[in-house]
Structure formats: structure tokens, C-alpha cells
Design a protein around this ligand. Structure first.
Ligand SMILES: [Zn+2]
Length: 440
């Protein structure tokens, strides 16, 4: 039985070449480098792009942004790397490599952290609904214009949220006894016309009658009077924080705060972290499409895809974004809520990034030298897509992995990496060494 695989547009590297057996026992012949048919594996290439954008030639290796080192070496010198595979073949990833664990700047780590967060949110919502509770989705945003610096509007947005939640209106409408707690998620998109668009989604865990009888229909009966009061309080908070003018009042009242019923909250949780737009190949490839066609703007990871196409504005914008969001928490539960609903303590992004998910198990292992081979040939996304698709048989998985590595070694190294990787510290051992495409 023969399996034909096609080449992948891997950034500028179109690797159309002949390959190896993927399953020795079944003697399947493979022609062509396995192409990640699914966009999810492109995150590895985009992580590399993020690293090259964030790399600062004026700094020493240990001072570089941690995303520069993500997936570039083994986490503990001497250890091998476990290759995990989702049991249904939908995904594969490395465990035991250096990871940056940055939810903001790393498409790879972000996907993992979001998957963990999504499961926690779903568990929390289920528990609360089973207790007879209700969860609605509240979105907070403000008027924004092109040219505004993220470093200025982001702190002002934080201030506005604090004003709002300390307001008499908020405390009365969502008082103790009505509101159990909430989970806040900070997000940002960027539009060509209107620039940076930070916004926050709050999942509010409350009693079913917080806004009238929400058990009937899908939040359609939310009491609009109370919501209007919240909208006014949000407008006042934005005024106090300098994020809107009086002349923008009607606009803010119409669009600044949005409350949606339980079905929307459930849908939001279900796709949490999964609607990152860079993953949609149509949007990633059609650069021109970003102008005026998507008024919600692009996810920052899409900037990486545009940077790959040579867009220097996107490079500068990604740097600005990375700096402004450094140290910010993406998802936060109000005090005690997570413990009460899920029985689990709050976890840091670092802990979430290292969790093993129930749907995955170890397909095989590779050593640090093999990792360096995959990275220097830019074959990491292809390799993981291959593991996901073909390494489902535990008896042959390691042999199939080894066969791929044998093939990878025959491929030439790919020049052009702007990330200078030359280091021996903190276990970042054995990585490919490249300086702007030169080898040393
Ligand atoms: Zn990372």
C-alpha cells in the first residue's frame, strides 16, 4: 500500500522531495515530505518567526526573549524528548524540550496553555450549571483609532476595568449573592483601519435571575434596564480613564459593553483559544484581505504570518505587542472560584504548558541530536504532523519515528534563520547554531 504525501508551503521553503518508509511492518512507501495538511502544525514555524522577530542582536543569549529558545533544545541536558500523540491522531507535540511558556508571544505554547485553560473553564461552567447557576458572557471594549500606542491604551484599559468593577452600579447589579465570581480573559486584535483593539471577555458566574429570568430562552429575556445601567457605568469608567470623549458617548453605549446569555458563554468556552485567526490558511495567505474585510481585526499571531511574507509593519507591530503584554495574565479567575468549582488550585501558564492532556500518550522518543536535525531542516512541523497521522500503532511508532529522522538527516539544512542560537546554559544544550543563515 502506498501513501502519497505532498509538499508543504513551509514559509518560503517548498520542500518537494522524496521520502522514506513510514511503517516498516506494512512496508508503506512514502513519496514527498509529509505536509502538515492542518494549519495547527504551522504554529511551530510561526514560533520560529516570533523568535527571530524578538531576537535582539545587542543582547547576550541569556537575555533574549524566551520565545527565541522555544523548542530549540532539550529541557534537561541528557534527557530524551517524548513525542506525544493524541489518541485520535488529531495532534502531536514534544514534551521535554525547552518551551517558552509564553501565552502571548508563542503560537505553540499558547495553543497548549489555551487547551488546558479551555478544559478548566468547561469544567467550572459545568459544575456551576449543575448547581443551578448561570454563566453569561460580558465583553468590554472602547473606541480605538489607528496610531494609538498599545503601551498607552493598555494601562488605561486596566484602569477603566478597575473603575467599572468598583462602581456602585456594578456592585449593586452584580452584588454578592447574585454574582458568584467571574473569569476574565484579556485579548487584543489589530485592524488596519482602527489599530489595536484590546478587549476583555468576562464569564460571569451568577444566579439564574441576575438579569431577570434567564432560564427561559437563550438570554433573550435579560433585563435590558440593568444592562443599560452597566453600559452607562462602563462609559463613565472609560471617561475617567481617558479612553473616550463625551462625543463618543452614544457609540460607547451602543458597542462598549455587551452582555450575552448562557449559550454564548458555552460557545465561547468551547472554542477558547481555538479561534486564533492565524490558523485559517485563507486569512494567513491573503494579506490584502485584512484591509477592511474584517472589522474585528487580526490576532497577533497573524502578524507573524504576515511577517513571514516580508511585511515589516507586522514585524514592528508584533514587537510592540510583545512588549506591552509581557507579564500580563491572559486568563484570571476571581479569588476562590476555581477551587470551589473544580477542586483545583489556580495554575500558572508555566504549569499549564507542562501538563499532559488526558487524550494524549507517548508515541516515542527522540534525542537532542534528532531535535537539532529537525530544527535545522525546518522539519519540526512536518515531523509532528507525520507522527499525528501515522504513528498510531504503538508497536511500530518508534520505528516510524526513527525512519522519519533517518530521512530528515538526508535533507539539507535550511539557511535564513535570523535567530542566533549559540549557547550552553540552563540546559539549553545541543541546538542548531546559525547566524543569519551561516553555520558555525
Ligand atoms: Zn513557546
Amino acid at each position: 500500500m502506498s501513501v502519497a504525501l505532498h509538499a508543504v508551503e513551509n514559509g518560503s521553503n517548498n520542500l518537494g522531495i522524496s521520502g522514506k518508509s513510514i511503517n516498516r511492518q506494512q512496508n508503506q512507501e512514502v513519496t514527498g515530505v509529509f505536509a502538515p495538511g492542518e494549519a495547527k502544525f504551522r504554529k511551530y514555524a510561526l514560533t520560529r518567526r516570533a523568535g527571530s522577530i524578538l531576537y535582539n542582536p545587542d543582547l547576550a543569549a541569556h537575555q533574549q526573549h524566551r520565545t527565541c529558545w522555544c523548542h530549540r533544545g532539550v529541557a534537561n541536558a541528557g534527557d530524551s524528548v517524548a513525542v506525544y500523540r493524541n489518541d485520535d491522531g488529531s495532534n502531536a507535540r514534544m514534551h521535554g524540550v525547552t518551551t517558552c511558556k509564553s501565552v502571548w508571544t508563542c503560537p505553540t505554547c499558547s495553543a497548549k496553555i489555551c487547551a488546558v485553560r479551555q478544559a478548566e473553564l468547561a469544567q467550572g461552567m459545568k459544575a456551576w450549571v449543575e448547581q443551578g447557576g448561570y454563566v453569561f458572557l460580558m465583553t468590554l471594549t472602547f473606541p480605538h483609532e489607528n496610531g494609538e500606542a498599545l503601551a498607552e491604551i493598555l494601562p488605561a484599559f486596566t484602569k477603566a476595568k478597575a473603575h467599572f468593577k468598583n462602581s456602585k452600579t456594578y456592585k449593586r447589579i452584580l452584588a454578592k449573592g447574585i454574582r458568584k465570581g467571574s473569569v476574565s480573559s484579556l485579548e487584543v486584535t489589530r485592524g488596519d483601519r482602527n489599530g489595536w483593539h484590546p478587549h476583555q471577555h468576562d464569564l460571569v458566574f451568577c444566579t439564574p435571575d441576575a438579569f431577570g429570568d434567564t432560564r427561559e430562552g437563550d438570554g433573550g429575556r435579560l433585563a435590558s434596564r440593568l444592562i443599560d445601567e452597566l453600559k452607562e457605568a462602563w462609559y463613565m469608567a472609560l471617561r475617567k480613564s481617558g479612553l473616550c470623549e463625551q462625543s463618543e458617548m452614544s457609540d460607547v453605549l451602543a458597542h462598549g459593553l455587551d452582555v450575552r446569555g448562557g449559550q454564548f458563554a458555552a460557545e465561547y468556552i468551547a472554542k477558547f483559544g481555538k479561534d486564533q485567526k492565524w490558523g485559517l490558511s485563507r486569512e494567513v495567505t491573503m494579506h490584502a484581505a485584512k484591509v477592511g474585510t474584517d472589522n474585528k481585526g487580526a490576532h497577533p499571531f497573524q502578524l507573524l504570518a504576515w511577517a513571514d511574507e516580508g511585511d515589516t509593519d507586522a514585524v514592528a507591530q508584533f514587537r510592540e505587542y510583545a512588549e506591552a503584554f509581557e507579564g500580563k495574565r491572559m486568563l484570571s479567575w476571581s479569588r476562590g472560584l476555581k477551587k470551589e468549582l473544580t477542586g483545583a488550585d489556580e495554575t500558572t501558564d508555566e504549569q499549564a504548558a507542562d501538563q499532559v492532556l488526558p487524550e494524549e500518550s507517548v508515541a516515542g522518543r527522540i534525542d537532542s541530536e534528532a531535535l537539532a536535525v529537525l530544527q535545522s531542516r525546518r522539519l519540526l512541523p512536518n515531523f509532528l504532523a507525520y507522527v499525528a497521522a501515522y504513528c498510531g500503532n504503538p508497536e511500530t511508532a518508534q520505528a516510524d519515528i526513527d525512519a522519519y529522522l533517518e530521512f530528515a538527516r538526508t535533507r539539507p539544512r535550511v539557511a535564513g534563520g535570523q535567530v542566533k542560537v549559540k549557547m550552553h546554559y540552563k540546559g539549553f544544550m545541543h541546538v542548531d547554531r546559525e547566524v543569519n543563515g551561516r553555520k558555525d
